[in-house]
Design a protein around this ligand. Structure first.
Ligand code: SF4
Ligand code: SF4
Length: 457
């Protein structure tokens, strides 16, 4: 029986033969990594020229991936729930990139563009704070598109014996595309107040089922190519095309929570490099400040070196430790390790915090005043009010309706707040108008809006 952790004195780590063993009789749920170290100085050879080096396997009992996948599956389920028309908000209302796209309209005319709303902005601000603390943790712990991309990458990894590898120089060049997508999205949204790139956005296309705003067969081809890309190159969309990733980049570089590699404990096996879907050369780095690191913890899970060699730490980057140096020689002020469960807690806190902050940024999508004066107020939740265009169409139904004084719509919340004169028109009358089929110029009629609920104010 060997103690839970024994090691030779600093400076005596030499080439070894590595074996793994399970010692259920000591700690039932812990896998121990035991190494037979050879070529040690005579005083360390225990009389037989060999010494065991055993530590409890840090990764065997809790794989971070399953915690992460559970959180991602929950978020994915919620998005699907909203996408099926449940709840009072559209699935787009929760997208932080919508917050980026809404900035220009808010600064210039105080209005959100298209289907965007306060929740997009408040979630964006919360997620930016999260990036400052935990780098791109949002991408690997909360983003449904990142989740789908990761599943496709893992499927691709099983299918391809040798996955096509993008040469480093091209990998770096292609990453510039995400800045191009960001600029295009911002320019088009600023010019038109519509989400023009919606028709090419996997998040929108997948969850809306190529709904309102998609570009027909072009969208089908673009989404198909993106999926094939994600199957061939791990995290293809995240690496090369995601404009939100481009927004995160500068903050991600300085994000406080980083993966740290203790060179003194590392045996150079390269498992961490192979585990990283973003192709970050973990094995060559000491502190992972790389802008693409999502703190997914895959590299930490993959590393079996005792010590541990990889951990997540909180603190500033420090100059690289000398490979092979004993941990005791690490510089003063070394950042301290933090438990892994902190990451999902931070992500959940950011999402809830963003949700709770939404009222601070509330602005209507459209405001139509038909007559001066004050009256009673009622808020309708209306299926079909999705964006500027549909909100304008909705309000136009009441243009010549006596008793309607004002309508304020908020597309992201699917709400229309009516100010009306109850002596002239009742809530049932208002509801009947929105529920009726609408006649179009070509003579056809179609039911566009459906009242889901009404609440007097
Ligand atoms: S950090 Fe761990 S996984 Fe990476 S090379 Fe070192 S020992 Fe191997
Ligand atoms: S470096 Fe590690 S934590 Fe960062 S993205 Fe790669 S595998 Fe995930």
């Amino acid at each position: 029986m060997y103690p839970a952790e024994t090691r030779s004195p600093p400076g005596t780590r030499l080439p070894f033969l590595s074996v793994s063993a399970t010692q259920h009789d000591v700690f039932p749920n812990s896998r121990f990594v035991c190494r037979l170290q050879n070529a040690l100085p005579p005083e360390n050879r225990n009389g037989i020229g060999l010494e065991f080096f055993c530590t409890g396997g840090q990764n065997a009992t809790m794989k971070s991936r399953w915690v992460r996948y559970s959180l991602l599956a929950t978020i994915l389920g919620l998005v699907v729930y909203l996408a099926l028309g449940n709840g009072f908000r559209t699935f787009e209302a929760f997208c932080p990139f919508g917050g980026v796209e809404s900035l220009w309209g808010l600064f210039t005319n105080g209005q959100y563009a298209c289907a965007l709303g306060a929740l997009n902005l408040s979630i964006l601000l919360a997620v930016l704070a999260l990036v400052l603390i935990a780098k791109k943790a949002f991408c690997s712990w909360a983003c449904p598109v990142g989740f789908i991309g990761e599943l496709l990458a893992r499927l691709g990894g099983r299918v391809w014996r040798r996955r096509p590898k993008v040469p480093t120089v091209w990998n770096d060049r292609l990453k510039l595309l995400r800045y191009v997508v960001l600029v295009l999205a911002l320019v088009f949204t600023a010019k038109t107040s519509e989400l023009v790139l919606r028709g090419f956005d996997p998040y929108f296309l997948i969850f809306s089922g190529f709904g309102h705003g998609s570009s027909g067969w072009i969208s089908v081809v673009v989404l198909g190519l993106t999926m094939v890309g994600m199957f061939l190159v791990p995290m293809f969309f995240c690496r090369y095309l995601c404009p939100l990733g481009a927004v995160f980049d500068p903050l991600s570089r300085i994000g406080w929570m980083r993966i740290r590699r203790e060179a003194a404990h590392c045996n150079g096996c390269g498992r961490c490099d192979r585990a990283c879907l973003h192709a970050i050369p973990v094995q060559k780095l000491t502190t992972i400040t790389h802008r693409d690191c999502t703190n997914c913890l895959e590299c930490v899970d993959a590393c079996d070196a005792p010590g541990p060699a990889l951990s997540i730490s909180f603190g500033p980057a420090r100059a690289g430790a000398v490979a092979g140096a004993a941990p005791e020689t690490l510089p003063a002020g070394t950042p301290f390790r933090i438990p892994r469960f902190v990451l999902p807690l931070l992500v959940v806190a950011a999402l809830f915090g963003g949700y709770e902050m939404r009222t601070a940024f509330a602005r209507p999508t459209t405001v139509h005043t038909f007559a001066p004066g004050t009256g009673s107020m009622a808020a309708f939740v209306v299926e079909g009010v999705k964006c500027h265009g549909t909100a304008n169409l909705f309000s136009s139904l009441y243009e010549d309706t006596p008793g309607i004084l004002k309508i304020e719509t908020t597309a992201s919340e699917r709400t229309a707040v009516f100010t009306y004169d109850p002596k002239v028109i009742t809530l049932d009358d208002i509801r009947a108008i929105m529920d009726a089929p609408i006649p179009f110029e070509d003579g056809s009629t179609s039911k566009v809006f459906t009242c889901l609920s009404v609440e007097p104010r």
